[in-house]
Write a protein of this length. Structure first.
Length: 155
């Protein structure tokens, strides 16, 4: 048996004992899961999503850049990136206008972090993709049309 395997087994045993004694808990992870905004992810349009996220009508901004293909060959996997140049960016959300549920992804941006995200989303059909940025308590939006040739949301 190698030394690294023995060390791993010892460490696993220690963590197991700590968890059994109640000294190691997942309360923080559980609290983050409870903070998930289920209502926002069930909205059907841009304004309802922003309202569920705690804002009012978003203001269009040229300081938000969306990186997405003009034509997505497969709507099941569409790469999308958002960069915000708005000072004090707190969160970035990606919305798809014609999806059954408009909010596709949400990211909290810690202070001092560069507000630049990338993800892959599902799109059922050709639609506008919105990038909504929460900065200093206000909401800003930019959009880009992405044409889908093969649907991903039940298409």
């Amino acid at each position: 048996m190698s030394e690294t395997r023995r060390d791993f087994m010892k460490l696993t045993g220690v963590f197991g004992l700590l968890a059994a004694a109640g000294l190691l808990t997942t309360d923080e992870a559980f609290a983050q899961q409870q903070a998930w905004n289920k209502a926002a992810f069930e909205t059907k349009n841009l304004n309802d999503a922003v309202k569920a996220l705690g804002g009012s009508a978003p203001v269009e901004s040229k300081d938000i850049a969306i990186t997405a293909p003009d034509i997505a060959e497969n709507g099941a996997v569409v790469p999308v990136g958002v960069t915000s140049k708005i000072p004090k960016t707190q969160a970035v959300y990606v919305l798809v206008e014609k999806n059954p549920n408009v909010l596709a992804a949400g990211f909290n941006i810690p202070a001092g972090t560069e507000p630049n995200i990338s993800t892959r989303i599902k799109m059922g059909q050709t639609s506008n993709v919105y990038a909504v940025v929460k900065a200093d308590g206000k909401f800003y939006v930019a959009s880009k049309e992405v044409k889908v040739t093969l649907g991903g949301c039940g298409g």
